[in-house]
Design a protein around this ligand. Structure first.
Ligand SMILES: [Zn+2]
Length: 443
């Protein structure tokens, strides 16, 4: 038994329970009880103890859309790269990196990303991977890193015809093999989806192959209408809009997660809602790539299960929340927009999305939920209560406030010290690998 106590406890349970001096008792991989620090210490006098020192105790965060393969882009300069639009960014930066990644570089990218997730209090990560130079086995390299570090993760490989049909088929098989592997795993720490890049790099033939080979029980994870070019290509090549094409190939449904959804119309939003398909919003990435602002508030108001991701731009979910908060206010010229919707996406919808792939309840501190708990250093300068916790978190904290991260009952970081690996050695290995990658790209 482990008690994390003496903190301002945010449970995110159905009653939005907040305890000024609260604690959570963890028994193995699940939460045994939440309550006041005094009550839990009395109930479990022999438990190990982590002191939150008056900070915030809350559920581990969930990132619904990540790109581990983008890790080594940090500080990278590619000769001749000078993008004029979104397609230039894809081909000149992201596809260039993924074509050169070795399996070992993929593994180290995963180590670096998951370590940063632990530091930011993110305990569950939905990743979308590409490494067209070395496809087969790449998801297993990422899984190795996740297991080594103790982070819960759902993986997929982005199928695309962009490097030819042989690689496209190989990427389909990487998904199939990894999905079957994940379905045999009983730890509730690994899950898998059928990954797809975006409809404009996937032919009808490949769509059919995916439908034919996809194991039962999983859905798709695909970028949708991220750039206007994706929509134009669909209208030009297939005579229909993107979500209609996905519907025609049986891609929509409760297990499928659509990234971005910027250039979709009212009819497509209704189709997403009526098929109970999930959407993930990545505000910082959309702004950084000058892609446009998606109709996220409309999707949430329609009842579409919409979550929050980072698209590899950051691993800090609170940063993503802050950016979504100002993006939609700015875009809609409405200072009231996004106050409630974005925390709903992060704290309630992301757990629901994760709940479609993992068995134990995530994103909530209550008896029987997964023992994913974080502690944030925070000393509120105004009164803090159940009604204003989101104001405190968004304006008063960011990922750097996280001091302790526990996932599945295992303490991954305590008082800012990562306990599950030698971070200095991993970072040194990463710098070496990143240099080799850059040399290889710029050759
Ligand atoms: Zn993405």
């Amino acid at each position: 038994m482990l008690i994390i106590g003496n903190g301002r406890l945010i449970t995110r349970d159905e009653n939005n329970t907040f305890l000024e001096d609260g604690a959570a008792a963890l028994s193995g991989e699940t939460i045994a009880a939440v309550g006041t620090t005094a009550d839990l210490k009395k109930a479990y006098p022999d438990a190990e103890w982590i002191d939150a020192r008056g900070g915030v105790i809350m559920p581990g965060l969930i990132n619904a859309h990540e790109h581990i393969y983008s890790s080594f882009a940090r500080g990278l300069s590619i000769n001749g790269y000078n993008p004029k639009g979104f397609l230039d960014i894809l081909d000149g930066m992201w596809w260039t990196i993924d074509r050169h990644l070795t399996l070992h570089q993929t593994y180290l990218s995963a180590m670096a990303t998951y370590i940063d997730c632990i530091k930011n209090g993110v305990t569950t990560v939905f990743d979308h991977h590409a490494s067209f130079g070395h496809i087969t086995g790449s998801l297993f390299e990422i899984e190795k890193a996740a297991k080594e570090l103790g982070v819960r993760t759902c993986l997929c490989y982005e199928i695309s015809d962009r490097d030819g049909m042989d690689k496209s088929r190989e990427s389909v098989m990487e998904n199939v093999n990894f999905i079957q592997h994940a379905q045999e795993d009983t730890t509730d720490m690994i899950a898998a989806m059928m990954g797809m890049h975006a409809q404009f790099t996937i032919s009808d033939e490949t769509m059919d192959l995916c439908r034919e080979l996809k194991p039962e029980g999983v859905g798709y994870h695909i970028h949708v209408a991220e750039g206007i070019e994706d929509l134009h290509a669909c209208l030009r090549d297939h005579g229909k809009r993107i979500v209609d094409r996905l519907y025609d190939f049986d891609i929509l449904g409760p297990k499928t997660l659509l990234g971005h959804c910027i250039y979709i119309n009212e009819h497509e939003m209704d189709l997403i809602r009526d098929t109970d398909t999930m959407v993930v919003h990545n505000p910082e990435s959309n702004m950084g790539n000058a892609c446009g602002c998606p109709p996220t508030m409309a999707l949430v108001h329609k009842g579409v299960l919409t979550g929050l991701g980072t698209d590899g731009y950051t691993h800090d979910m609170i940063e993503s929340w802050k950016v979504a908060n100002v993006l939609h206010k700015h875009h809609l010229c409405d200072p009231n927009a996004a106050w409630g919707e974005v925390p709903q996406m992060l704290f309630y919808n992301n757990p629901k999305i994760a709940g479609r792939y993992f068995k134990k309840p995530l994103g909530v501190l209550k008896e029987g939920a997964a023992a994913d708990v974080i502690v944030m250093e925070y000393d509120p300068l105004t009164p803090m209560n159940a009604g204003n916790i989101n104001g405190h978190l968004m304006f008063g904290t960011n990922g750097n406030n996280v001091v302790t991260t526990v996932c599945n009952g295992k303490v991954l970081m305590k008082d800012r010290e990562v306990l599950v690996c030698d971070t200095a050695k991993v970072m040194a290995d990463c710098r070496q690998a990143a240099k080799e990658l850059a040399d290889d790209i710029n050759g």
